[in-house]
Design a protein around this ligand. Structure first.
Ligand code: HEM
Length: 350
């Protein structure tokens, strides 16, 4: 109960749980310098990154203390909106490939919680965290309770997009995406990688996306890569998709009128760790998006994060801030972070 806060933001009351200390320790703080620009920022996956508060990055699929809460949120989104899950007919083999690849990753990274065993033409899967088990025949949809991509996405915190490679291009032809940061999976499904990135400022002139495209087309199985992306969001809402803009969009106006205390608690640094994996059987590219959020008041408890995040927010060019949807409050975020050293760090027991 000590972890729950109720904040009054004018018209509405927002209930917020403070992030557990483990979420701070595992937070993938994204800024490597005081200035942020788009780049083809890919690196081999699996290397542990040490941060000022802990470490992250040792596994491709990451389970943390938000597991049950986030899975419940995903289930509710999928129940309410069927367009968050799509597998075009030619992607069915890729969906099986993705499911088995993710199960292998989970069983390797968390052997106490997950097991995957093969025998007699069947696979046996056990998820001890959810207490679910299934025995299935690879490629036979009738042996699982739901379509394979949806089945495994009900057991991981990552969003997943599967890209088909044909005619020298990549196409986002399948996925389960419930936590999109200001985009729409339902709109993008079937689009090419280059079309999807069409709205991103700068990247065309700078060649970032065409380089990423060439890189992805050459990706080899068993050599996963990763990158990070970031934005700011208001509250701990994971589903800030285009579809639900009427629910969360007005927060961008509201946040300009709250007091400083509320600002620091509501504005979150939102980081995506994205993994890029060539699936071994189907040849599709699997794109995993794992979202982490910390309120500014918690970011500010780590001195080097506070100072660096303030610099990045302050320096971020308007076109990038506008595209990220943070132009109206990123300067206040910078200012808030700079001044946060004058305020005693908040603790979970407050
Ligand atoms: C947005 C780069 C892979 C889907 C972006 C942005 C950049 C970027 C710079 C703008 C982000 C922001 O300002 O917050 C890259 C790079 C990649 C990569 C360098 C690989 C090396 C992918 C893949 C997908 C994808 C595989 C899968 C379909 C998206 C989407 C957006 C986005 C949906 C939001 C576009 C919108 O606003 O409509 N990407 N990306 N990206 N990316 Fe990627």
């Amino acid at each position: 109960l000590a972890r729950i806060r109720r904040l009054h933001t004018g018209g509405t009351t927002v209930t917020l749980a403070l992030p557990a200390p483990s979420l701070v320790a595992g937070f993938p703080f994204p800024f490597v310098e005081d200035r942020y620009r788009y780049s083809t920022n890919v690196e081999p996956a699996g290397q542990v990154v040490t941060t000022a508060a802990g470490q992250w990055g040792d596994s491709v699929v990451d389970i943390d203390d938000e597991y049950h809460r986030e899975l419940a949120e995903r289930a509710a989104v999928l129940d309410a909106d069927s367009t968050r899950h799509a597998v075009l007919a030619h992607m069915r083999p890729a969906a099986w490939d993705a499911m088995l690849t993710i199960m292998r990753e989970l069983a390797t990274a968390y052997p106490d919680a997950f097991t995957l065993t093969a025998g007699h033409g069947e696979w046996h899967w056990r998820n001890g965290l959810l207490d679910v088990e299934s025995t299935f025949v690879y490629g036979d949809d009738s042996t699982l309770p739901v379509e394979p991509l949806r089945y495994i996405c009900g057991q991981i915190q990552e969003d997943v997009v599967l890209l088909d490679q044909r005619d020298g291009q990549l196409f986002a032809d399948a996925g389960v995406v419930t936590f999109a940061a200001d985009w729409s999976f339902g709109f993008d499904v079937g689009m090419s990688f280059l079309e999807i990135h069409g709205p991103v400022p700068r990247v065309r002139d700078e060649g970032v996306i065409t380089r990423a495209h060439e890189f992805l087309k050459r990706l080899q199985p068993h050599e996963p890569y990763r990158r990070t992306n970031w934005t700011l969001t208001i509250g701990r809402r994971l589903d800030v998709s285009t579809e639900r803009y009427p629910e969360w969009g007005p927060d961008r106006e509201m946040i300009q009128h709250v007091d400083d205390d509320t600002f620091g608690r509501l504005v979150h640094l939102r980081v995506e760790v994205q993994h890029l994996i060539r699936l071994p059987d189907s040849g599709a590219v699997m794109f995993l998006i794992r979202t982490y959020m910390l309120p500014l008041e918690t970011v500010a408890t780590v001195e080097s994060w506070r100072l660096r995040a303030a610099e990045v927010m302050d320096e971020l060019p308007d076109d990038m801030a506008d595209y990220k949807g943070i132009i109206k409050y990123k300067d206040r975020a910078a200012d808030w972070l700079r001044r946060a050293d004058a305020v005693p760090a908040t603790t979970a027991a407050d």
